[in-house]
Structure formats: C-alpha cells, structure tokens
Design a protein around this ligand. Structure first.
Ligand code: CTP
Length: 391
C-alpha cells in the first residue's frame, strides 16, 4: 500500500538546519536617512519642479526595513513617469542614460551603478486568459492596491514637503514584523490577475523565512490552475530563487501543500510516498531529496549543484521494484535520472548548455561515492576539483 507522509508544518520537517533569522528592524527608524543621497535629492527636486507627487515603492522600501541590500529603485509618479525620468536624466547631466518604454509607460534612468525605474501611478484590470493588464492612469492608492503583497506595497514620499514619509495603507510594516506574506486585496483577485504572484508568494516566504497568511495560502490552492498561463521561463526563475534560498525545502513543501508542485514539477512529486511490503518499507524519496538539498545548501550557493541534488534521485520512481529476497530496489535509477535531466531542463526552459550537462553528470555518478553521505561528499568533492569554477 502506498502511504503519503503529510507534513503540515510550514518549515522543513527535519531539525537539520538552523533557520536563518533576518536582523530585526527598528520600528522608529528614521526613514529619511536612507534617502539621504544625491540621487533621491535630485528626484525630489525634479518632482517638485514638475509639480508631481513622487514615491519610492516596492522592494526597495521593503529591503530597507529588512536591512537587505537592494539595487533597483522603483519610483511611482502620480502623472507621467516618462516625463519625470527625462527631466531627472537632464538634471543628472553627463553619465545619465535614459531608456523610454512607451508601450509600458515606463522609463529607466541609469547613472553609474544606479538604476531607477519610473512609472506613472496606475490602475490595472485583467482579462481571464492573460497576465497583461489593461492599464489606466491612477492615484498612489490605486497603484498600491494593484501590488502583490503588503510588504511590497509600501511607498516613501520624495517630495520636499513630505520627504521620507511612509505611506503604508495595508500595514506592510506590521506584516514585516510578523514575518507574514499577505496580499493587499482579496488574494483570489491578486493571484487570479497575475498567477506568477503565487510563485512569488512561496518564493518570498522561502527567501525571507516568512509565513504565508492562512487566507492568502488558501487562495493559492484555489487558484493553482491559473499557473498554466505563466511562461515556463518565469516559473523557472522563481524555482531558481527558491533553490537559492537558505532552506530550499521550505519552498518545495509549500508548493506541494498548496497543490502547485504537481502542476509545475510532477517528477518531483512522483518521489513521494512510502510503500511497505512484508514489513519492509523504503524511505520517502521526496523528503530525503529535500533533506539532501538543504544539506548541500549549507556548503554551496552554486545553483547547479543545488539542482543536481534536487534531481539526484529523480529516476527512482521508474526503477522501483520489489525483490522478495532483498526488498525494495531502485537499480539503475542513476542511469534513468541521467536520461531524464535533459528532458526536464528542456520542458522547464532551463539552460540546455554545460550547466545542464553538469547536473546530468552528477545525477549519473552520485551513487558511486563510497561514503556515508554520498551525495553531499560527492558534491564537495566536485567543488574541490574546481568543477564549480567552470560554471
Ligand atoms: N510586483 C507585483 N506583481 C508582480 C511583480 C512585481 O505587484 N508580479 C510589484 C511589487 O510591488 C514589487 C515591485 O512590483 O515589489 C517590483 O517588482 P520586482 O522588481 O520583480 O520585485 P522586488 O519586490 O523588487 O523583489 P525581487 O527583485 O526579489 O523580485
């Protein structure tokens, strides 16, 4: 009989790894100090000269409170983002490069290492079969309403009169403190409008070690089928970010719990379950795999080594046999795994170059290491041989 082990916990079920805690932010932090540089002063001056309301919004604001480095600055202008970017570019003078994306109503200004994206505040409405919205001009409130999560919807005013003022209509700051991912509006609307946000939801929870609010989580399950309108490339981007998180298992367990994993990665789900015959059981290869991924993640940030670990037993379901004298066997699962890797990479729109070959090679030879923790030691062995350097 095939039994599925259910882990209803949010975190990884094994005590193997310390949860990485983010530094606590100060609630009364003087926000102004974070905008005390030439770039923000010049944006502020430009906005006041044009008589436009202007705010830094999204990830940049979130990351200030999380004390995470953030390069990309997103600026929302109540009015024309393009006009604002062009005026700001002129103010910066030589060294500034302005790119205008008329179709999207956005413009980017590059100045040395800094990139600022300007967009007009907008209202969005979506049709059922596309994540391309119909866009209208809107207020700051409209713009914040259309964002994915409360922690990503905070804005800081740059106009002189209100410089450094936080506009946080959905209490994103409280959610940061409570380590919670929650949508600003009804999550069914937020996820159905743009189903990529379901992947982002699990990704942020994994990267930041946050909880997904119950109502938001339930909407993941209800809207999971909408994931089919998202391109494979974008799903792969999010999977890569989950895999690069400190404890990747958390993301895969959440994706499984909400029902997205069978839709985007059925081969991994096929590893689940424990079968018992004559009192003999084999291990649950899904949780075993995740445990090995978490372990390798303590040793390396090499994405492709993490992929290799995730796929190291992927051939097991196809090779599972019951041999009365031995018990459960998975003979040649590494050869089957080796064959599966290119097909999986192609299907998931992962690169088909030497990175795929590296993952493929590791999945072929992983079981030949004669050590206790074969997978991990093999990976470390590869690192020592500087295979990593060639990637
Ligand atoms: N956003 C959104 N829905 C998306 C993508 C983005 O609402 N599907 C909004 C969020 O407010 C987000 C902002 O656009 O903060 C910028 O998006 P992006 O640069 O993709 O994300 P960040 O939040 O900056 O984080 P990361 O770079 O890690 O993706």
């Amino acid at each position: 009989m095939q039994a599925k082990i259910q882990f209803n916990c949010v975190i990884s079920p094994y005590p193997a790894q310390k949860i990485v805690n983010l530094p606590l932010f100060k609630m009364n932090m003087e926000l102004k100090e974070h905008f005390n540089n030439k770039i923000f002063k010049l944006i502020s001056e430009t906005a006041d000269e044009l008589g436009l309301e202007c705010y830094v919004v999204g990830g940049y604001v979130r990351d200030i409170f999380l004390k995470r480095p953030s390069k990309d600055i997103d600026v929302v202008v109540v009015g024309s983002g393009i006009e604002m970017a062009q005026a700001f570019g002129r103010k910066l003078g030589r060294g500034a490069h302005v790119s205008v994306f008329k179709n999207f109503g956005t413009a980017q200004v590059k100045y040395h290492d800094t990139e600022v994206e300007f967009v007009g505040a907008r209202k969005e409405s979506y049709s059922h079969d596309s994540r391309k919205p119909v866009v209208e001009d809107g207020t700051l409130e409209d713009d914040q309403n259309r964002r994915d999560f409360t922690i990503n919807a905070m804005a800081v005013c740059l106009n002189k009169a209100r410089f450094g003022e936080l506009v946080d209509p959905f209490n994103g700051l409280d959610d940061l403190k409570e380590r919670t991912i929650r949508t600003p509006l009804d999550p069914d609307i937020t996820f159905s409008d743009d189903p990529l946000r379901m992947m982002r939801c699990v990704r942020f929870a994994t990267q930041l070690n946050f909880y997904i609010d119950d109502t938001t989580f339930e909407a993941l399950s209800r809207n999971k089928e909408r994931i089919h309108i998202i391109s494979k490339e974008r799903i792969a981007d999010e999977l890569n970010k989950i895999l690069l998180a400190p404890i990747p298992s958390k993301g895969f367990i959440e994706l499984d719990r909400c029902g997205l994993l069978p839709l985007i990665f059925p081969e991994l789900v096929a590893l689940q379950g424990v079968e018992t015959r004559n009192g003999r059981a084999h291990k649950d290869n899904f949780y075993h795999t995740l445990e090995v991924v978490d372990n390798i993640s303590k040793h390396t940030d090499n994405l492709w080594l993490r992929w290799a670990t995730l796929l190291h037993d992927i051939g097991k379901p196809r090779t599972k046999r019951w041999e009365p004298r031995i018990g459960w066997t998975f003979h040649n699962h590494n050869f089957i795994g080796e064959k599966m890797v290119p097909d999986l990479f192609r299907k998931m729109k992962l690169p088909m170059n030497e990175k795929m070959k590296y993952v493929q090679k590791l999945s072929l030879i992983h079981i030949s290491e004669p050590t206790r923790q074969a997978e991990i030691s093999y990976a470390v062995f590869c690192l020592k041989k500087k295979k990593r350097d060639s990637l």
